[in-house]
Ligand binder design. Structure first.
Ligand code: PGA
Length: 258
C-alpha cells in the first residue's frame, strides 16, 4: 500500500433509512481513532441524505453506487451525476452487478465515469473478469478492455492520481471465494501498469473487492500494490467493517515504519 488506503463499503440494495442510521451510530466509534486510512460507504440513493447528515464531521465519507451519464432527460427511474453532485462527492460506477444484471456496456460505464468527473464527483471504477474469462486465460484482456473503454471517453488530460479503480473478479463477489492475495496482487499490479502505459504521469489507487472479510483483509493489504478494498456483504455489519478498516490501518502503519 503505497498510497493512503481506501476502505469502501458497498451496501448494494440493503438498508432502509432507519437501518442506515443505526449502522452509522455503530460504525463511528469503531473508526474514530483510525488514521491514515480513508473510509467510505456506497449507499442506496434513499440513504444518502441521512447518512451524510449522520457522518458529517466524522472520517466516514458517503458515496453513491451508480448514476446515469446524461445530465437530464427521459430516463425514468434514473439519477444523473448533476443531481448527485449536490448530495455526495463520489460514486461507484461499473460494478459487475450493473454490468451483468443490468446489461451496462463498457462504453456506457466509460460515459458514466466521464460524466461523474465532469460534475465534480470522484469515481470508483469497478472492473473484473468472470470465472469463464479467467479459466480461458483472458483476465488481463478483459480488464484492459474495460479500462480502455473508459479511456476512450476521456476528453482532456486526466487527473489519474485522483482515480480509484476496484479490481473485483466477478467469481469472487458474494461467493465467499476470495481471490488469493497473489491473484489479487497480480491483477492489481497489471491494472496499474496498463494505466501507466497510457498515462505515465499518474498512478491511480487500485482496490481489491470480492469476498473481503475481517479474516482475509490483512493478507490482501500486505500485497505491494493493493491500496485498500471494496467490501460488499461484510460492510453491512459495522463491527466487521471496522475490523477491516483497522487491518488497513495496521498495514499502512507497518509500511510507514518499514
Ligand atoms: P462482496 O461484494 O464483498 O460481498 O463479495 C463486493 C462488491 O460487490 O463490491
Amino acid at each position: 500500500m503505497g498510497r493512503t488506503p481506501l476502505i469502501a463499503g458497498n451496501w448494494k440494495m440493503y438498508k432502509t433509512e432507519e437501518q442506515a442510521e443505526d449502522y452509522i451510530q455503530a460504525l463511528l466509534p469503531r473508526v474514530s481513532v483510525s488514521d491514515g486510512v480513508d473510509v467510505a460507504i456506497c449507499v442506496p440513493f434513499t440513504d444518502l441524505r441521512a447518512m451524510i447528515d449522520s457522518a458529517r464531521g466524522s472520517r466516514v465519507e458517503v458515496y453513491a453506487q451508480n448514476m446515469h451519464h446524461e445530465p437530464e432527460g427521459a430516463f425514468t427511474g434514473e439519477i444523473s451525476a448533476a443531481m448527485l453532485a449536490g448530495w455526495c462527492d463520489l460514486t461507484l460506477v461499473g460494478h459487475s452487478e450493473r454490468r451483468h444484471i443490468f446489461g451496462e456496456r463498457d462504453d456506457e460505464v466509460g460515459r458514466k465515469f466521464v460524466a461523474s468527473l465532469a460534475h465534480g464527483l470522484s469515481v470508483i471504477l469497478a472492473v473484473g473478469e468472470t470465472s469463464d474469462e479467467r479459466d480461458e486465460g483472458n483476465t488481463f484482456d478483459v480488464v484492459d478492455r474495460q479500462l480502455d473503454a473508459v479511456f476512450a471517453e476521456l476528453a482532456g488530460p486526466p487527473a489519474v492520481d485522483a482515480w480509484v479503480i476496484a479490481y473485483e473478479p466477478v467469481w469472487a463477489i458474494g461467493t465467499g471465494r476470495t481471490a488469493t492475495p497473489e491473484q489479487a496482487q497480480e491483477v492489481v499490479a497489471h491494472i496499474k501498469q496498463h494505466v501507466r502505459s497510457r498515462f505515465p504521469d499518474g498512478s491511480p489507487r487500485v482496490l481489491y473487492g470480492g469476498s473481503v472479510t475481517a479474516a482475509n483483509a490483512a493478507s490482501l493489504f500486505a500485497q505491494a500494490d493493493i491500496d485498500g478494498a471494496l467490501v460488499g456483504g461484510v460492510s453491512l455489519r459495522a463491527e466487521e467493517f471496522g475490523v477491516i478498516v483497522a487491518a488497513a490501518e495496521a498495514a499502512a502503519g507497518s509500511r510507514g515504519a518499514a
